[in-house]
Design a protein around this ligand. Structure first.
Ligand code: FE
Ligand code: FE
Length: 325
């Protein structure tokens, strides 16, 4: 008997990232290894295992031509590829320290997802004309400051919990609430922004977003389950959330996002004919937005998503602590 592909891992049926992360309820027990092999490897990734997109989802010539649009994408995918790579390395400790088999298996699949994201983000730069033998050095150079100022401190925070303090659940909360919770809206923005301009990148982003729904919902359910069974853990968790928020306030991530948004802004107007009346979200034409407005939109999405998911975990009092806008 052939089991169907679960809707949330089906390319055509899966919801968008924010919608899925706010409205779906998935557990580590549900998203086990068999689920991953069937739903992701044979579902989401069907025809897209090599590059993250099909042969019909092309990299247009304007993405291979020098200019601000291409520079924006190189910066964005270069930095995100390193973020996924560092995330993969960190998740090895989650696999090592997982408290149950369901959690261990789930994090083994998440590790594979993030390694794949790093690969497809990176390889799109080759599709954009960066010579394969210069890829590593190009990415290392463009992401060095971002890695030092943004990625290293937040991943260090997660690793301290899982490796040094032996607090697996706390580490899951850091990854789910603090790290991926803040990165997800930027990922949604990216998928929408590049939709018409770079179909290959848009498909790559869509595939990553489908995975991200699972990471956010399962991570939340692991934290929720633990909290339901161990109510006294709440104080420790609130302390982690408070420290996580303080850390985000000290990290200059906005500087890096704005650099690529300003490049995108310039490039978008040079290629206005490609975008036309395309709407970033209902009622808002992409061409009418500014870099600042797109950043503010991602922050509003972050708050909305965080509020829903924190309430699901029974952490209503954390909503105010994490609010960005
Ligand atoms: Fe990822
Ligand atoms: Fe993820």
């Amino acid at each position: 008997m052939t089991l169907p592909i679960p809707a949330e891992t089906d390319w055509d049926k899966a919801p968008g990232l924010l919608d899925g992360a706010m409205n779906l309820d998935l557990s580590a027990e549900q998203c086990n290894l068999a689920y991953w092999f069937r739903g992701v490897a044979q579902g989401t990734l069907r025809d897209r295992a090599e590059s993250g997109h099909t042969a019909d989802e092309i990299t247009p010539e304007h993405m291979r031509t020098d200019g601000p649009l291409r520079d924006a994408q190189i910066l964005e995918l270069g930095c995100r590829s390193i973020a996924e790579e560092e995330g993969t390395r960190a998740l090895a400790y989650y696999v090592a320290h997982a408290t149950g088999i369901a959690e261990m298996d789930f994090f083994a699949t998440q590790l594979m997802d993030e390694a794949r994201h790093s690969m497809v983000f990176r390889n799109h730069l080759v599709e954009m004309g960066i010579p394969a033998d210069e890829l590593r050095s190009t990415i290392t150079k463009l992401s060095a400051d971002y890695k030092r100022e943004v990625l290293d401190p937040i991943l260090e925070f997660a690793l301290r919990a899982v490796r040094e303090e032996g607090d697996f659940i706390g580490a899951v909360a850091i990854f789910t609430i603090i790290i991926e919770g803040v990165l997800a809206p930027a990922a949604e923005l990216s998928e929408r922004k590049w939709n018409l301009i770079d179909p290959a990148a848009s498909a790559i982003a869509r595939g990553a977003a489908i995975d991200e729904i699972r990471h956010l919902t399962v991570g939340s359910s692991i934290v929720k389950q633990h909290l339901d069974r161990n109510p006294t853990y709440r104080d420790r968790l609130m302390d982690i959330i408070t420290r996580g928020r303080k850390l985000w306030d000290e990290i200059p991530d906005k500087k890096y996002i704005m650099e690529r948004e300003h490049l995108f802004q310039e490039g978008m107007h040079q290629h206005a004919h490609l975008i036309g009346d395309y709407e970033l979200f209902p009622g808002q034409r992409l061409l009418d937005t500014t870099a600042e407005e797109r950043y503010a939109t991602a922050e509003r999405w972050t708050d909305k998503m965080a509020a829903t998911r924190l309430a699901y975990m029974g952490l209503d009092e954390a909503i105010e602590i994490l609010r960005l806008t």
